[in-house]
Design a binder for this molecule. Sequence first.
Ligand SMILES: [Zn+2]
Length: 252
Amino acid sequence: MLAQENIEPSKIHSFLYLYARYLYQVKNLRKAGIIRELDEFMREREPNYNPVDWAARLEKYAEVSGKYPLCQCHGIWVTAGELHRIKEIGDKVLERLAFTLLCLARFGNFRNPHNHNWVSYSNGEIYSMACINTTALEKDLKLARLRELGLIEYAKKINNLGVQVLFMEESGEKELFLSDFRTLGYEWRVYQGENYIRCDGCGILTRKRKGTSKYCSACRKQSDLEKTRQRVARHREKRNASQKNKSGRKPA
Ligand SMILES: [Zn+2]
């Protein structure tokens, strides 16, 4: 991320949080030093950076930078028993939702051994990863349905939006390895034998279309744009060359 020239605006907060932890745990800096580095980073990268607006946030990132150890997750395993339990639901959409919650809970346990199978993402984030497009009301109803089936439980605290996954196995036969959480709902569909491809550009799962496209729609657009650019450049080169030839000719 440090080597990247541009960081997506939506990712700047999670980046600063990670960077602060890196500075604390790898570079052994403490609060004042971390704030100084974060401030310098923002000055260099963000043309619209206003130190006054950001001061409180940078301080917050520096304060919590030593709280959790840095960790890198290469992926998580799902067991045969868990997959069987999801298949038993018998509703494609609920299956994707349950599968997504299971993966997120296991990732949560990896990050924090005291997590106890809790998932604390927003409904929007969960449904986006589950590849389910639906209304806010339906989002709540589907979670309630999984609760009725005994697969999840809600947090008892009023202001806690978390969901606990109840069908996770402590141990069990490892069956499916997941290393990409962007489209967990599609990962479930692939496991069910549906026809998806992994994009040659960015690796995301995308539905297989007619023809031989190896790209997702975003990468295909990018690749088409690149081809157009090359075509225009070739055309321009040719034209320039022929104009040079014409101007080099002796007048008749
Ligand atoms: Zn792609």
